[in-house]
Design a protein around this ligand. Structure first.
Ligand SMILES: NC(=O)c1ccc[n+]([C@@H]2O[C@H](COP(=O)([O-])OP(=O)(O)OC[C@H]3O[C@@H](n4cnc5c(N)ncnc54)[C@H](OP(=O)(O)O)[C@@H]3O)[C@@H](O)[C@H]2O)c1
Length: 252
């Protein structure tokens, strides 16, 4: 499996991830061409199917980077993940592996039930409960969560800041609703001494560490469905509708 960030072998990237890196990576993985330089490829756990392994390099490594490498999640922590796409469901699994309490925010009660089946302790529907950060504070006895994995961006970052405790952390992973957050309360950031951490996929070393943890816990990625290439339009339509839970795989 090709490591997705070619300039990030260990630690931080040597250069920003460029669009062509991602496309190269996807194209090569899809065609199973792994003759790249040794430092750019990673062996994946053998018990995983190919569709499951395909979920690892981007969604898996990004979640591992946020929750484990930077977040240093530990038993007793409370972690909030937004949505039920690939990244937050990996984050849920990694946080549970480390003994954390996990709160999932989703726009669907059905998906929240699935998240609980995957190990989530609490679910909040952000459509019926738009002030979901207040529910997070209530669940945590008024303190706030230790860590929020933010995928919403502009529409959610301010709420994420209000959902974390003093000294807490917000991992900025996605910008699904836009990249400029106008309701971000910087006074709350400095008064609560919050860490805002940008996450950009991850290194080969992180990928390998994640694989060891996956194998030890026999963890399987959440796969929404596997579509043959001829049915790729329906796969993309499901993604566009936001009907998926976990990763959608197109098989070649
Ligand atoms: N930084 C990086 O290196 C990196 C790596 C991978 C992905 N990403 C980005 O991270 C984001 C999430 O990735 P993914 O694979 O999980 O995407 P995805 O599979 O497309 O999942 C999107 C899900 O996010 C939830 N969502 C959408 N708007 C939301 C909002 N305003 N508040 C809370 N949840 C919301 C929805 O979940 P529900 O249907 O449950 O409500 C939606 O189904 C994307 O923007 C992706 O581009 C970044």
């Amino acid at each position: 499996m090709r490591h997705i960030h070619p300039t990030m072998v260990d630690g931080s990237p040597a250069a920003p991830l460029r669009r062509e890196h991602a496309w190269q990576s996807a194209a090569r993985a899809a065609s199973r061409v792994c003759r790249d330089r040794r430092e750019r490829t990673v062996s994946v756990p053998e018990y995983l199917t190919d569709p499951e392994a395909a979920a690892l390099p981007c969604a898996g490594v990004t979640a591992w980077h946020a929750i484990v490498e930077e977040g240093r999640v530990k038993a007793g922590d409370t972690v909030v993940v937004q949505g039920t796409g690939g990244v937050p469901l990996f984050a849920l699994q990694f946080a549970k592996l480390h003994g954390a309490t996990v709160i999932v925010a989703s726009g669907s009660d059905e998906k929240l039930a699935c998240a609980k089946a995957l190990g989530a302790d609490h679910g909040i529907n952000y459509r019926s409960t738009p002030n979901w950060e207040e529910t997070v504070r209530a669940i945590t006895g008024g303190e706030g969560a230790d860590h929020v994995l933010d995928v919403g961006g502009a529409a959610t970052l301010g709420r994420s800041v209000n959902a974390v405790r003093t000294g807490g952390r917000v991992s900025i992973v996605g910008i699904l609703s836009g990249a400029r957050a106008s309701d971000l309360d910087l006074i709350a950031v400095l008064q609560k001494k919050i860490t805002l951490q940008g996450i950009n996929v991850g290194s080969r070393a992180m990928f390998e560490a994640m694989n060891r943890a996956l194998a030890a816990g026999r963890v399987r990625p959440a796969i929404d469905g596997v579509y043959p290439f001829e049915d790729a339009v329906n796969a993309l339509r499901r993604l566009e509708q936001g009907a998926h839970f976990g990763k959608i795989v197109i098989a070649f």
